[in-house]
Design a protein. Sequence first.
Length: 751
Amino acid sequence: MVSVLRVVFLGLLILVSLRMTAQDFDPVNYVNPFIGTSNYGATNPGAIAPRGMASVSPFNVAGRIDLNPLEKDSQWLSNPYVYENTFLTGFSHVNISGVGCPDLGVIITMPTTGALETNHQKYGSTYTEETAKAGYYSTKLKKYDVEVQATASTRTGVTRYSFPAGKSNILLNLGLGLTNEQGAMAHIVSPTEIEGMRMVGSFCYNNPEAAYPVYFVAKFSKPADNFGVWKTPYKNEGEEAQWMAYNGKTRIKERFSREVVGDSIGAYMTYDFSSPEQVEVKIGVSYVSIENARDNLENEVGDSSFEEVYAQTKTEWKKKLRVVEVEGGTEDEKTIFYTALYHTQIHPNIFNDVNGEYPEIATGKIGKTEGTRYTTFSLWDTYRNYHQLMSLLYPQEQLDMVKSMLEMYDENGWLPKWELNSTETFTMVGDPAAIVLADTYLRGLTDFDVDKAYEAMLKSATQIEENPLRPGLEEYLKKGYVSVDAGVPGPVSVTQEYNAADYAIALLAKELGKEEDHEVFKERSVSYRKLYNSDSKFLQPKHIDGDWLEGFDPLAGANFTKNPGFIEGNAWQYLFMLSHDAEGLIQLMGGKVAYEKKLDAVFNEGQFDMANEPDFAYPYLYNFIPGSEHKAQKKVQELLKEYYKNSPDGLPGNDDTGTMSAWAVYSMMGFYPQVPAETTYSLTAPIFDKIKINLNTDFYPKENLVIIKEEVSGKNKAGEIFIDNSPLNTFFIKHETLINSNELLFFQDLE
């Protein structure tokens, strides 16, 4: 009897232990924010809350003392931090993550010791002992022996500076940033508070007249012994500004001077500590007003300590990341997976203040939302996989993003293309918003005004006059393609992008019972075929009269070199982009054998570009070739191993606001949304032994979906896939089938 009770007791202990282990699982421990900070990944290791408006990043791209400070522009730095750099000039409080164009990186604080110095080239410092976690960053400034710690709430950045005894300073530099918009203001309210604004908004340097202010309020935990403002004058020589700070000509205002307006300005708080001290700085931001910035700070942070703010943000990250729980795999694989998931929770980010206010796009008015207004829609990137992932894992967020896009349509008259802080940057090509709207609705997230969405989609697809989304539309409607004579960059790429959007419209039209529209747009969606040259076996640019452009080179256009037919890629890298017409391309190429041979050549001849969005679905295309599906699994796993690493260079290139990371999340789970706006996933095999996706039951019928990988020897079951104990007999599965299932089981060959 004692033995039986003992066994029962031990069993209960094991069960309790397993339950506690599951409950205590903390994916935050597997986030490495340094991933993507090298190899042009354009991420930063700074502290940020999920979808945060504010973030605190080390700023190490302003140049050393022996470099011209304007050189940062010639380097085309799109992010405030590069892992290889060793010299920082402060900590910026509004930033973008994973983008290919510079903007923001402003409201920069810097702790120093000793005599006051306001020239960033002179007060900058090397640093060591870097630590980065979800919602936290720290380092030590060698020059000053000052430890810096940073965390953030949604709209407030919080830093803590640990100073040695002696004279210390906290600088607030409003002249530095990633671009050179002119205009800032700083007003010292008291020895513990500074308020002001900084102009930003010259994304890619392509629209400087659209600059707009970001407002801030900075509160200091200890009153300054002295404070003041500065302004660095400059003179114009031709068209280039030469900074007089080179000569130490910075003018320091006296203590009674509390306000400064200009282009290269700042403010400072100075202290004289008799013993080591810590000063916390809380900076609330807003794109509406100083009053809203103060309100954001008070409502989100108030009197909370650094530890309390970090604890709350860490809890928020844990909730966000636990939507997927994995077992098995290596520690590095878990880190790669959860860091990728972390990166998908940075953009699009929250744009409205705590009171709901935000600047409308194009109107100049202040709008107000009862929900969440999002910004930073890098849609040329994110329509391919990112928003599909949000629909699955974070459906409420995806709905709010769609509603934000429709609000922009109300305000601007057009859907967004590449929107940032209520400014349309018109970056990249195509009509990607239509794809996102259709995809979201077709996945069952229908709680938005679909009639308005459809109206907006039709407008961009049919209105020729003053259409900012589809240049060359008139020619496209007449010829079925955009020619090299239209004056539109990358006409082959543009034609393909219009085809992708038209396919999405066709699918939504069918769902809404608009059969005539469905047929029209379905036919439009394959017009790229007119650009296929059966002699060269490539898509090629054409003249308006139908003649091929002479001098075609399928290799031209790679690595951002110019190509008259393509945008950011060459003919190889765009050939297979339209996966919605895989069967049509197979026929154009002469059958599956020729198609597979050409697809093999993309990889074997080094023409696949993992950093190029049009290529993302290429490894999954093998699933369209019966008998060659195993190549998809092999190739996906090879690409994950080659390009995704637990190191600063662990992204294959620009993260594109989470798109590159979304590819990894999907691929490591064993399925991928191969055709944008089609609700079918292409299957390979997961990296982990077990994956549990915790579904949002407000939108989906099941609490969770479990994905299992079981390794077997030999041919027995190897390569087979089961859904709820029934063989799938295909390498595709519908979104609806997946979310209504309990278990997806992959049998994988041990070899």
